[in-house]
Ligand binder design. Structure first.
Ligand SMILES: Cc1cc2nc3c(=O)[nH]c(=O)nc-3n(C[C@H](O)[C@H](O)[C@H](O)COP(=O)(O)OP(=O)(O)OC[C@H]3O[C@@H](n4cnc5c(N)ncnc54)[C@H](O)[C@@H]3O)c2cc1C
Length: 457
């Protein structure tokens, strides 16, 4: 049993407050220190509507805290990608087979407030305006706050849920070797907004994640429950292709959008102002060899494994971390053993989703309107129908199931080779060699537990 069921969480963002809820519900004595102000008093930082895609992994974690219904009540269902080619007709590509396989667009601010309320209801103490400043690991004393607001806090163990720029990680690195490396993507993002139409409704199909794929760059748009869409433009930071260097301001953005995303211009009336007012965000993948410092500190969520956002899984993965850590902490072991077991459980899976998130950028910006990709997708669905337990589409494994990410990555690699070989030289599935495909699937892919077998005769 952990010596004292007492834990101090640094960061009251998405993961910090969910972990606080799960542990407080299980009787732990929980303090959370958050650098920002209480968003219930003065609104969420920045005041803009920023949304996130919630999928089964995150939903399952919220279910463990009894919060799934509350969160879904504020969410907008997204059935698939609504692809807007530069030329051609916009069309919906479903993510799953039917409405049981969908993802949900949720407001980051509303979700954080729901989680803060839940953590406090469960008995956790949340201290706002208290950024972590320093840690004396020998004495187990952390210092929070700035200037004359500074206060010390004696801790049993610290959990770093303080995001990609984690201060706790930096303090741990002063006393241990974490093996940290950050790989910058070289692409950034800027958020814009599609407001409601004059009658207060959505301006485009609400139940979809919209994508305008353009090869080296793209726009996406996710719906908000107040009938707006948050649009995100992703493109290189520098370089001669369109980049944030060649499109430096709102005026230039107007010209750029009129040639590259012409159908969005009437949808984003404040394009120029938004473009000038909103910062360019940078994207990176963070790798660490070690996530914990014996029984004194452990990292999770973005603090341990920040990733690029193209699979919409950063928060989902962070929420899986919370369930895993809460389960390990609740098991009969000391904190050093728990932290080590948690790291062994989650690190290979975080690495797998980091890799899949990087790959998915290329799929989203370049492949979703490509004929070869669409034929592979058609074959993927046909093979799933023939072998429901063995051939499960990549997106389904990551998004609608909770099999370990590492398993999803491994099977996706085998399946991709089958899809490429199976469609080579074909313009439709009429000429597919079904017998060879069936034989290869039977040989290479074991059935996944819990799915109906339904093999073809
Ligand atoms: C553009 C973009 C789109 C994304 N879309 C999705 C998506 O669709 N689906 C998805 O699952 N994920 C998405 N993500 C990823 C997701 O946002 C993160 O993975 C998630 O927020 C991680 O949660 P976290 O609690 O670990 O970190 P954060 O949410 O960053 O929370 C960290 C908290 O710690 C606080 N903090 C920081 N420093 C200190 C300090 N020194 N002391 C005290 N507190 C501190 C911060 O104020 C914050 O409240 C996206 C990310 C980006 C950038």
């Amino acid at each position: 049993m952990a010596a004292e069921r007492r834990i101090t969480i640094v960061g009251g963002g998405l993961a910090g407050t969910l972990l606080a809820t799960l542990l407080a519900q299980r009787g732990w004595n929980v303090d959370v220190f958050e650098q920002r102000d209480d968003p219930r008093l003065h609104g969420y930082a920045g005041g803009r509507s920023i949304n996130l895609a919630l999928a089964e992994r995150g939903l399952h974690a919220l279910r463990q805290a009894g919060l799934d219904d509350r969160v879904l009540a504020q969410a907008v269902m997204m059935r698939g990608r609504f692809v807007h080619p530069l030329e051609g007709t916009p069309h919906l590509q479903r993510y799953g087979r039917d409405d049981s396989e969908v993802i949900w667009s949720i407001s980051r601010g509303e979700l954080n407030i729901t989680l803060i309320d839940a953590a406090e209801r469960a008995g956790a103490r949340i201290h706002f305006n208290r950024p972590l400043h320093d840690v004396d690991f020998a004495q187990r004393i952390a210092t929070f706050g700035e200037g004359d607001q500074r206060e010390t806090h004696a801790f049993t163990a610290l959990v770093g849920a303080d995001g990609a720029g984690s201060t706790l990680r930096a303090r741990m690195a002063q006393v241990a070797t974490l093996g940290e490396r950050t790989e910058w993507l070289g692409h950034g993002y800027k958020e814009l907004e599609i407001p409601p139409d004059p009658s207060g409704g959505f301006r485009i199909e609400p139940n979809a994640l919209h994508i305008w794929p353009r090869g080296h760059y793209m726009c996406i748009a996710l719906p908000n429950d107040e009938r707006t869409f948050t649009v995100t433009l992703f493109m290189p930071l520098t370089g001669p292709h369109p980049s944030f260097e060649t499109v430096p301001n709102g005026r230039a953005a107007h010209g750029f959008f009129s040639t590259e995303f012409p159908d969005t211009l009437p949808l984003i009336p404040d394009l120029e102002q938004d473009y000038d007012a909103h910062p360019v965000g940078k994207l990176a993948t963070l790798y660490l060899d070690c996530w914990h410092l014996d029984d004194r500190a452990v990292l999770l969520g973005d603090a341990a494994h920040a990733m690029v956002p193209f699979h919409g899984q950063g928060m989902n993965c962070a929420f899986e971390d919370c369930v895993s850590l809460a389960n390990h902490l609740d098991a009969d072991c000391d904190l050093a053993v728990c932290f080590s077991a948690f790291e062994a459980d989650r690190k290979p899976n975080a690495g797998a989703i980091q890799a899949m998130a990087l790959e998915n950028y290329i799929e989203m910006r370049d492949k979703v309107d490509d004929a070869a990709f669409l034929l592979q997708r058609e074959l993927e669905l046909a093979l799933q129908a023939r072998h429901p337990a063995r051939f499960v589409p990549h997106y389904t494994m990551v998004t609608f199931m909770r099999i370990p990410y590492a398993t999803a990555l491994h099977r996706s690699e085998l399946q991709r080779a089958i899809l490429i070989d199976g469609t080579r030289g074909l313009s439709s599935l009429d000429g597919a060699d079904w017998a060879a495909l069936d034989a290869r699937i039977m040989a290479e892919l074991t059935p996944l537990a819990g799915l109906p077998a339904g093999e073809p005769a």
